[in-house]
Design a binder for this molecule. Sequence first.
Ligand code: PSV
Ligand code: MN
Ligand code: MN
Length: 389
Amino acid sequence: MSDRTPYAQQVLAGQSIETPSWAFGNSGTRFKVFAQQGVPRDPYEKLADAAQVHKYTGAAGSVALHIPWDRVEDYGDLARHAAALGVRIGTINSNTFQDDDYMLGSVCHPDAKIRRKAADHLLECVDIMDATGSDTLKLWFADGTNYPGQDSIAGRQDRLADVLAEVYERLGDDQRLLLEYKLFEPSFYTTDVPDWGTAYAHCLKLGPKAQVVIDTGHHAPGVNIEFIVAFLLREGKLGGFDFNSRFYADDDLMVGAADPFQLFRILHELALRDALLPASGIAYMLDQCHNIEPKIPGQIRSIMNVQEATAKALLVDHDALAAAQRAGDVLGANAVLMDAYNTDVRPLVAEVRTGQGLAADPLAAYAASGYAEEIKAARVGGSQAGWGA
Ligand code: PSV
Ligand code: MN
Ligand code: MN
């Protein structure tokens, strides 16, 4: 047992990772959606499934909504339903990419009428935050262009800034917005918020209630994401993460599946600055689609992957690391990191769970519960999660 084990266990016990409502519905690629039996038929059932993930991991107490996929008559009622299930509503995710009107963009569209429609949707999302008690609006825009000359690159930035400013003004004192960037897709020539620099510049101009969210699947191959983490954290502009894995582009696979070492490196930067607990204000979220694997176990596995990478990051001996760095001991410093990364932390994380009265193996406990069979029998005609995620 390393000296840091008790500290690691204490942090792990307080860690919270938000699940996305859209991970529980059917999803797929543009080629095919493979429907699964027992998927939720409405937002209420999505919350029930999300509550299962929390029940077996103890670490997934909040659930992100996506509007309009999760539109309901009474959001207060939905929030009460969540509370009765032992979870709460987390971030509200907007959707300005699904309507025919948005073919040329939403908040950056050349037509003011379409920009108005998009802005009104974002304002509606803030109303939903008020009704659900959510404090975070997460904005991802599919806006961009496909061909050189199609639209003014700078003009689109002006339009984006105008809408963001309007939404920012509408935020309550305890609310904030997170701006998400993505390199490309669905646009293939320019994307209006393609990278962290663009998101950061807009957030800086907006003010303290605007921060950047890093979706780990939204970078060019080879980008050093932990550098972005360290930079934004230092500037107080890191608002949260959408965790997922990518092999090629925006693949939305389970976090830690493609590159657990990268996940460790990211979490190490956060551990260095004591930013792993909810008090840091950083929203840790999953943004994944389970196209071929069962959804609730897919989410449970993802939470476990984040917990294991977090445990390894927490085991890094910061004093030894700093000493090696000061001494210019390149190999020694690297070895401190690798020692932690190469530790089998599964027993340590299992102990955290049993300490919380949970089963050591959440996947086995969920499988034994019979919930999967129950929902298969009870739910017919599950919902389509909608594209993306
Ligand atoms: C599209 O890439 C996307 O995956 C973004 O990451 C958003 O966070 C998500 O969809 C939900 O709108
Ligand atoms: Mn995302
Ligand atoms: Mn994405």
